[in-house]
Design a protein around this ligand. Structure first.
Ligand SMILES: [Zn+2]
Length: 419
Protein backbone atom coordinates (compact mmCIF):
# COMPACT_ATOMS: atom_id res chain seq x y z
CA UNK A 1 0.00 0.00 0.00
CA UNK A 2 1.47 3.42 -0.87
CA UNK A 3 2.13 5.63 2.13
CA UNK A 4 -0.07 8.72 2.31
CA UNK A 5 2.06 11.80 1.69
CA UNK A 6 0.54 13.51 4.71
CA UNK A 7 1.20 10.66 7.19
CA UNK A 8 2.28 12.23 10.49
CA UNK A 9 5.99 12.47 11.25
CA UNK A 10 7.01 10.76 14.44
CA UNK A 11 9.51 13.52 15.21
CA UNK A 12 12.66 11.99 16.62
CA UNK A 13 14.59 15.23 17.20
CA UNK A 14 13.89 17.88 19.81
CA UNK A 15 15.16 21.45 19.57
CA UNK A 16 17.45 22.41 22.46
CA UNK A 17 19.79 25.38 23.01
CA UNK A 18 22.30 25.34 20.15
CA UNK A 19 21.09 22.23 18.44
CA UNK A 20 18.82 19.25 17.92
CA UNK A 21 18.71 16.50 20.51
CA UNK A 22 18.21 12.83 19.63
CA UNK A 23 18.76 9.60 21.55
CA UNK A 24 22.30 8.24 21.21
CA UNK A 25 22.61 5.21 18.95
CA UNK A 26 23.45 1.63 19.96
CA UNK A 27 26.22 -0.08 18.01
CA UNK A 28 25.12 -3.72 17.99
CA UNK A 29 28.23 -5.35 16.55
CA UNK A 30 31.93 -4.65 17.04
CA UNK A 31 35.28 -6.45 16.82
CA UNK A 32 37.39 -3.63 18.26
CA UNK A 33 40.79 -4.97 17.16
CA UNK A 34 39.77 -4.88 13.49
CA UNK A 35 39.87 -1.08 13.58
CA UNK A 36 43.66 -1.41 13.34
CA UNK A 37 43.40 -2.91 9.83
CA UNK A 38 40.76 -0.58 8.38
CA UNK A 39 41.87 0.29 4.86
CA UNK A 40 44.65 -2.33 4.77
CA UNK A 41 42.79 -4.99 2.77
CA UNK A 42 41.75 -2.89 -0.24
CA UNK A 43 44.43 -4.13 -2.66
CA UNK A 44 43.50 -6.97 -5.00
CA UNK A 45 45.37 -10.19 -4.23
CA UNK A 46 43.29 -12.38 -6.55
CA UNK A 47 40.48 -11.69 -9.04
CA UNK A 48 38.19 -13.75 -6.77
CA UNK A 49 38.99 -11.78 -3.59
CA UNK A 50 36.24 -12.30 -1.03
CA UNK A 51 35.43 -12.45 2.64
CA UNK A 52 37.69 -15.49 2.89
CA UNK A 53 40.78 -13.71 1.51
CA UNK A 54 40.03 -10.68 3.71
CA UNK A 55 39.98 -13.08 6.65
CA UNK A 56 43.63 -13.99 5.96
CA UNK A 57 44.66 -10.35 6.44
CA UNK A 58 42.47 -10.16 9.54
CA UNK A 59 44.10 -13.28 11.06
CA UNK A 60 47.58 -11.81 10.50
CA UNK A 61 46.55 -8.66 12.36
CA UNK A 62 44.76 -10.61 15.12
CA UNK A 63 47.94 -12.59 15.80
CA UNK A 64 49.84 -9.46 16.88
CA UNK A 65 47.52 -8.21 19.63
CA UNK A 66 48.15 -8.34 23.35
CA UNK A 67 46.07 -6.81 26.17
CA UNK A 68 47.88 -3.45 26.01
CA UNK A 69 47.47 -2.98 22.25
CA UNK A 70 43.84 -4.15 22.43
CA UNK A 71 43.21 -1.54 25.13
CA UNK A 72 44.86 1.19 23.02
CA UNK A 73 42.93 0.35 19.85
CA UNK A 74 39.59 -0.14 21.61
CA UNK A 75 39.95 3.10 23.56
CA UNK A 76 40.60 5.11 20.36
CA UNK A 77 37.71 3.30 18.65
CA UNK A 78 35.31 4.03 21.51
CA UNK A 79 36.29 7.72 21.50
CA UNK A 80 35.47 7.80 17.78
CA UNK A 81 32.17 5.99 18.38
CA UNK A 82 31.12 8.49 21.03
CA UNK A 83 32.10 11.43 18.83
CA UNK A 84 30.01 9.91 16.03
CA UNK A 85 26.92 9.58 18.26
CA UNK A 86 27.04 5.95 19.40
CA UNK A 87 26.23 5.63 23.11
CA UNK A 88 26.76 1.89 23.57
CA UNK A 89 28.61 -0.93 21.89
CA UNK A 90 28.17 -4.71 21.77
CA UNK A 91 31.66 -6.16 21.67
CA UNK A 92 31.70 -9.60 19.99
CA UNK A 93 34.99 -10.63 21.50
CA UNK A 94 36.92 -13.74 20.46
CA UNK A 95 40.58 -12.70 20.84
CA UNK A 96 40.85 -14.48 24.18
CA UNK A 97 44.27 -16.12 24.55
CA UNK A 98 47.94 -15.50 23.76
CA UNK A 99 48.88 -15.92 20.07
CA UNK A 100 50.04 -19.53 20.63
CA UNK A 101 46.61 -20.41 22.03
CA UNK A 102 47.67 -20.61 25.67
CA UNK A 103 45.51 -18.68 28.15
CA UNK A 104 47.06 -15.56 29.69
CA UNK A 105 47.91 -15.72 33.42
CA UNK A 106 44.56 -13.99 33.85
CA UNK A 107 42.39 -15.90 31.34
CA UNK A 108 40.14 -12.84 31.10
CA UNK A 109 43.01 -10.40 30.37
CA UNK A 110 41.84 -9.49 26.87
CA UNK A 111 38.23 -9.05 28.02
CA UNK A 112 39.45 -6.83 30.87
CA UNK A 113 41.26 -4.65 28.31
CA UNK A 114 37.94 -4.01 26.56
CA UNK A 115 36.14 -3.36 29.84
CA UNK A 116 38.86 -0.84 30.81
CA UNK A 117 38.69 0.87 27.39
CA UNK A 118 34.93 1.32 27.70
CA UNK A 119 35.14 2.47 31.31
CA UNK A 120 37.89 5.00 30.53
CA UNK A 121 35.98 6.55 27.62
CA UNK A 122 32.45 6.52 29.08
CA UNK A 123 30.70 4.36 26.47
CA UNK A 124 28.26 1.66 27.63
CA UNK A 125 29.63 -1.81 26.92
CA UNK A 126 27.76 -5.04 26.30
CA UNK A 127 30.62 -7.51 26.39
CA UNK A 128 29.89 -10.71 24.51
CA UNK A 129 32.68 -13.24 25.08
CA UNK A 130 32.60 -15.55 22.08
CA UNK A 131 32.40 -19.33 22.14
CA UNK A 132 34.55 -20.56 19.24
CA UNK A 133 35.28 -24.29 19.09
CA UNK A 134 35.56 -25.68 15.57
CA UNK A 135 36.87 -24.58 12.18
CA UNK A 136 33.86 -25.72 10.15
CA UNK A 137 30.49 -27.47 10.10
CA UNK A 138 32.30 -30.81 9.83
CA UNK A 139 33.69 -30.28 13.35
CA UNK A 140 37.32 -29.93 12.28
CA UNK A 141 39.75 -28.57 14.89
CA UNK A 142 40.64 -24.88 14.93
CA UNK A 143 43.47 -23.90 12.60
CA UNK A 144 46.81 -22.66 13.96
CA UNK A 145 45.77 -19.01 13.80
CA UNK A 146 42.34 -19.67 15.33
CA UNK A 147 43.78 -21.26 18.48
CA UNK A 148 43.71 -18.05 20.48
CA UNK A 149 39.93 -17.85 19.93
CA UNK A 150 39.08 -21.28 21.35
CA UNK A 151 37.47 -22.66 24.53
CA UNK A 152 35.82 -25.87 25.60
CA UNK A 153 32.39 -25.47 27.17
CA UNK A 154 33.65 -25.50 30.78
CA UNK A 155 36.44 -23.02 30.08
CA UNK A 156 33.99 -20.76 28.30
CA UNK A 157 31.48 -20.84 31.15
CA UNK A 158 34.24 -20.01 33.66
CA UNK A 159 35.16 -16.94 31.59
CA UNK A 160 31.52 -15.98 31.25
CA UNK A 161 30.95 -16.20 35.01
CA UNK A 162 34.08 -14.17 35.83
CA UNK A 163 32.93 -11.41 33.51
CA UNK A 164 29.25 -11.59 34.41
CA UNK A 165 30.14 -10.96 38.07
CA UNK A 166 31.36 -7.49 36.97
CA UNK A 167 27.98 -6.44 35.54
CA UNK A 168 27.11 -2.87 36.50
CA UNK A 169 25.43 0.35 35.32
CA UNK A 170 27.80 0.69 32.35
CA UNK A 171 28.57 -2.98 31.69
CA UNK A 172 26.38 -5.86 30.58
CA UNK A 173 27.76 -9.32 29.83
CA UNK A 174 26.06 -11.59 27.34
CA UNK A 175 27.02 -14.62 25.30
CA UNK A 176 28.16 -14.79 21.70
CA UNK A 177 28.18 -17.99 19.68
CA UNK A 178 30.69 -17.26 16.94
CA UNK A 179 28.60 -18.97 14.26
CA UNK A 180 26.99 -22.32 13.61
CA UNK A 181 30.16 -23.50 11.88
CA UNK A 182 32.24 -22.74 15.01
CA UNK A 183 29.90 -24.18 17.68
CA UNK A 184 28.75 -27.83 17.60
CA UNK A 185 25.05 -28.36 18.43
CA UNK A 186 25.61 -30.11 21.78
CA UNK A 187 27.98 -27.36 22.96
CA UNK A 188 25.44 -24.72 21.94
CA UNK A 189 22.75 -26.44 24.00
CA UNK A 190 25.01 -26.84 27.04
CA UNK A 191 26.03 -23.16 27.04
CA UNK A 192 22.51 -21.84 26.44
CA UNK A 193 21.20 -23.99 29.32
CA UNK A 194 23.82 -22.58 31.70
CA UNK A 195 23.24 -18.85 30.97
CA UNK A 196 21.33 -16.53 33.32
CA UNK A 197 17.75 -16.09 32.13
CA UNK A 198 18.21 -12.48 31.02
CA UNK A 199 21.54 -12.92 29.19
CA UNK A 200 21.65 -11.55 25.66
CA UNK A 201 22.77 -14.00 23.00
CA UNK A 202 24.41 -12.89 19.74
CA UNK A 203 25.46 -15.03 16.78
CA UNK A 204 26.96 -14.42 13.31
CA UNK A 205 24.64 -16.08 10.82
CA UNK A 206 24.13 -16.44 7.07
CA UNK A 207 26.71 -13.81 6.16
CA UNK A 208 28.21 -15.84 3.34
CA UNK A 209 26.69 -18.03 0.63
CA UNK A 210 29.43 -20.61 1.32
CA UNK A 211 28.24 -20.85 4.93
CA UNK A 212 24.64 -21.47 3.78
CA UNK A 213 25.83 -24.20 1.40
CA UNK A 214 27.98 -25.94 4.04
CA UNK A 215 25.14 -25.85 6.56
CA UNK A 216 22.73 -27.32 4.01
CA UNK A 217 25.22 -30.04 3.14
CA UNK A 218 25.90 -31.11 6.73
CA UNK A 219 22.81 -30.16 8.73
CA UNK A 220 20.23 -30.44 5.94
CA UNK A 221 18.90 -26.97 6.68
CA UNK A 222 19.91 -23.40 5.94
CA UNK A 223 21.62 -21.68 8.94
CA UNK A 224 18.66 -19.54 10.05
CA UNK A 225 16.24 -22.45 9.50
CA UNK A 226 18.45 -24.66 11.62
CA UNK A 227 18.77 -22.09 14.41
CA UNK A 228 15.04 -21.36 14.57
CA UNK A 229 14.32 -25.09 14.80
CA UNK A 230 17.05 -25.95 17.30
CA UNK A 231 17.12 -23.05 19.78
CA UNK A 232 14.48 -21.00 21.59
CA UNK A 233 15.22 -17.86 19.62
CA UNK A 234 13.41 -14.91 21.17
CA UNK A 235 13.86 -11.22 21.98
CA UNK A 236 17.09 -11.93 23.89
CA UNK A 237 18.74 -12.93 20.62
CA UNK A 238 20.60 -10.83 18.08
CA UNK A 239 21.33 -12.40 14.70
CA UNK A 240 24.30 -10.66 13.14
CA UNK A 241 24.12 -10.10 9.34
CA UNK A 242 21.39 -12.63 8.40
CA UNK A 243 22.20 -11.60 4.84
CA UNK A 244 21.11 -14.69 2.94
CA UNK A 245 17.50 -15.50 3.87
CA UNK A 246 14.60 -17.22 2.17
CA UNK A 247 11.00 -16.06 2.73
CA UNK A 248 10.39 -18.52 5.57
CA UNK A 249 13.51 -17.28 7.37
CA UNK A 250 12.54 -13.61 6.96
CA UNK A 251 9.16 -14.30 8.54
CA UNK A 252 10.63 -16.62 11.17
CA UNK A 253 13.16 -14.14 12.52
CA UNK A 254 10.56 -11.36 12.59
CA UNK A 255 8.12 -13.56 14.49
CA UNK A 256 10.73 -14.73 17.01
CA UNK A 257 11.27 -11.18 18.32
CA UNK A 258 15.03 -11.43 17.73
CA UNK A 259 16.95 -8.42 16.45
CA UNK A 260 19.00 -8.51 13.26
CA UNK A 261 22.26 -6.54 13.53
CA UNK A 262 22.84 -5.22 10.02
CA UNK A 263 26.36 -3.92 9.32
CA UNK A 264 26.00 -2.15 5.96
CA UNK A 265 29.49 -0.68 5.51
CA UNK A 266 31.26 -3.90 6.52
CA UNK A 267 28.88 -6.07 4.48
CA UNK A 268 29.55 -3.82 1.48
CA UNK A 269 33.29 -3.78 2.12
CA UNK A 270 33.42 -7.59 2.33
CA UNK A 271 31.09 -8.15 -0.62
CA UNK A 272 28.66 -10.15 1.56
CA UNK A 273 25.37 -9.24 -0.09
CA UNK A 274 22.33 -7.16 0.80
CA UNK A 275 19.95 -7.73 3.69
CA UNK A 276 16.29 -8.14 2.60
CA UNK A 277 15.25 -4.98 4.41
CA UNK A 278 11.91 -4.20 2.75
CA UNK A 279 10.58 -7.73 3.17
CA UNK A 280 11.81 -7.84 6.76
CA UNK A 281 10.17 -4.49 7.62
CA UNK A 282 6.92 -5.75 6.07
CA UNK A 283 7.15 -8.78 8.38
CA UNK A 284 7.53 -6.44 11.38
CA UNK A 285 11.11 -7.50 12.17
CA UNK A 286 13.37 -5.79 14.70
CA UNK A 287 16.80 -4.60 13.55
CA UNK A 288 19.70 -2.34 14.47
CA UNK A 289 23.11 -1.44 13.09
CA UNK A 290 26.68 -2.42 13.85
CA UNK A 291 30.02 -1.15 12.62
CA UNK A 292 31.53 -4.67 12.83
CA UNK A 293 34.99 -4.40 11.17
CA UNK A 294 35.03 -0.61 11.65
CA UNK A 295 35.86 0.17 8.06
CA UNK A 296 33.59 3.07 9.02
CA UNK A 297 32.72 4.38 12.49
CA UNK A 298 29.60 6.37 11.74
CA UNK A 299 25.92 5.65 12.36
CA UNK A 300 25.20 8.12 9.57
CA UNK A 301 27.05 6.01 7.05
CA UNK A 302 25.54 2.71 8.28
CA UNK A 303 21.97 3.98 8.09
CA UNK A 304 22.50 5.80 4.81
CA UNK A 305 23.99 2.76 3.10
CA UNK A 306 21.30 0.53 4.51
CA UNK A 307 18.81 2.60 2.51
CA UNK A 308 21.06 3.24 -0.52
CA UNK A 309 21.76 -0.47 -1.03
CA UNK A 310 18.03 -1.07 -1.29
CA UNK A 311 17.60 1.82 -3.74
CA UNK A 312 20.38 0.55 -6.00
CA UNK A 313 18.89 -2.93 -6.18
CA UNK A 314 15.24 -1.94 -6.45
CA UNK A 315 15.84 1.17 -8.63
CA UNK A 316 13.40 3.16 -6.51
CA UNK A 317 13.67 5.82 -3.82
CA UNK A 318 12.57 6.15 -0.17
CA UNK A 319 12.28 2.47 0.68
CA UNK A 320 12.74 2.19 4.46
CA UNK A 321 9.51 3.84 5.61
CA UNK A 322 6.76 2.45 7.82
CA UNK A 323 3.36 3.26 9.28
CA UNK A 324 4.72 5.87 11.70
CA UNK A 325 6.53 8.11 9.24
CA UNK A 326 7.02 8.80 5.54
CA UNK A 327 10.54 10.01 6.35
CA UNK A 328 13.33 7.51 5.69
CA UNK A 329 15.60 9.13 8.28
CA UNK A 330 12.93 9.03 10.98
CA UNK A 331 12.05 5.44 10.17
CA UNK A 332 15.68 4.31 10.24
CA UNK A 333 16.42 6.04 13.53
CA UNK A 334 13.24 4.70 15.13
CA UNK A 335 14.18 1.20 14.00
CA UNK A 336 17.65 1.48 15.54
CA UNK A 337 16.24 2.90 18.79
CA UNK A 338 13.47 0.34 19.13
CA UNK A 339 15.82 -2.67 19.20
CA UNK A 340 18.53 -1.20 21.43
CA UNK A 341 17.32 -2.47 24.81
CA UNK A 342 16.70 -6.03 23.65
CA UNK A 343 20.04 -6.25 21.88
CA UNK A 344 22.28 -4.52 24.44
CA UNK A 345 20.53 -5.18 27.75
CA UNK A 346 20.73 -1.47 28.61
CA UNK A 347 17.78 0.77 29.29
CA UNK A 348 19.64 3.76 27.89
CA UNK A 349 16.79 5.95 26.69
CA UNK A 350 18.26 8.93 28.56
CA UNK A 351 21.53 8.89 26.59
CA UNK A 352 21.50 11.67 24.03
CA UNK A 353 23.42 13.33 21.24
CA UNK A 354 23.04 16.92 20.11
CA UNK A 355 23.46 17.93 16.47
CA UNK A 356 25.04 21.34 15.97
CA UNK A 357 22.39 23.86 14.89
CA UNK A 358 25.18 25.94 13.29
CA UNK A 359 26.16 23.14 10.87
CA UNK A 360 25.45 24.25 7.27
CA UNK A 361 23.44 21.12 6.56
CA UNK A 362 21.04 22.05 9.37
CA UNK A 363 20.40 25.64 8.20
CA UNK A 364 16.65 26.34 8.47
CA UNK A 365 16.05 22.79 9.77
CA UNK A 366 12.73 21.83 11.36
CA UNK A 367 11.91 18.95 13.71
CA UNK A 368 10.36 17.16 10.73
CA UNK A 369 13.45 17.18 8.52
CA UNK A 370 16.41 17.00 10.92
CA UNK A 371 16.69 13.22 10.73
CA UNK A 372 16.77 13.16 6.92
CA UNK A 373 19.21 16.06 6.72
CA UNK A 374 21.56 14.40 9.20
CA UNK A 375 21.55 10.98 7.54
CA UNK A 376 21.57 12.00 3.90
CA UNK A 377 23.42 15.34 3.56
CA UNK A 378 27.11 14.87 3.03
CA UNK A 379 29.75 13.69 5.47
CA UNK A 380 30.78 16.58 7.66
CA UNK A 381 30.24 15.30 11.23
CA UNK A 382 27.77 17.48 13.14
CA UNK A 383 27.43 15.73 16.49
CA UNK A 384 28.25 18.42 19.02
CA UNK A 385 27.55 16.93 22.43
CA UNK A 386 26.95 13.42 23.72
CA UNK A 387 25.57 12.61 27.17
CA UNK A 388 25.83 9.06 28.50
CA UNK A 389 24.39 8.11 31.91
CA UNK A 390 24.08 11.81 32.75
CA UNK A 391 27.72 12.59 31.93
CA UNK A 392 28.80 14.83 29.04
CA UNK A 393 31.40 12.65 27.31
CA UNK A 394 31.65 14.67 24.08
CA UNK A 395 31.66 18.48 24.12
CA UNK A 396 31.88 20.59 20.96
CA UNK A 397 32.50 17.47 18.92
CA UNK A 398 35.48 16.24 20.95
CA UNK A 399 36.03 13.70 23.68
CA UNK A 400 37.88 15.26 26.63
CA UNK A 401 40.69 12.65 26.56
CA UNK A 402 40.96 12.52 22.77
CA UNK A 403 44.58 13.72 22.50
CA UNK A 404 46.02 11.31 25.09
CA UNK A 405 44.02 8.40 23.71
CA UNK A 406 45.26 9.12 20.20
CA UNK A 407 48.90 9.30 21.32
CA UNK A 408 48.66 5.83 22.88
CA UNK A 409 46.86 4.55 19.76
CA UNK A 410 49.64 5.83 17.46
CA UNK A 411 52.27 4.03 19.53
CA UNK A 412 50.25 0.82 19.54
CA UNK A 413 49.61 0.98 15.77
CA UNK A 414 53.30 1.52 15.03
CA UNK A 415 54.10 -1.59 17.06
CA UNK A 416 51.32 -3.65 15.49
CA UNK A 417 52.55 -2.61 12.03
CA UNK A 418 56.14 -3.62 12.89
CA UNK A 419 57.46 -0.05 12.63
ZN1 LIG B 1 31.31 -9.84 13.10
Amino acid sequence: MPVAPDAPHAAVARQVAGGWQLPAIANLHSHAFQRAMAGLAERQTHPEDSFWTWRETMYRMAARFDPDSLYAVARQLYVEMLEAGYGSVCEFHYLHHAPDGRPYADPAAMSQALIAAARDTGIRLTLLPVLYMTGGFDGRALGERQKRFGHDVDGYLRLFETLHAQTGDMLRVGCALHSLRAVPPDAMRAVLAALPADARIHIHIAEQVGEVQDCLAIRDLRPVEWLLQNADVDARWTLVHATHLNDWEVAGIAKSGATVAICPTTEANLGDGLFRLREYLDAGGAWGIGSDSHISVSPVEELRWLEYGQRLVKRRRNIAVGDASTSVGETLLHGAYASAKNATGFDAGGDTLVLDAEAPLLAAATAGDVADRWLFSGNRPCVKDVHIAGRRVVADGRHADGAAVLAHYRTALAKLSGM
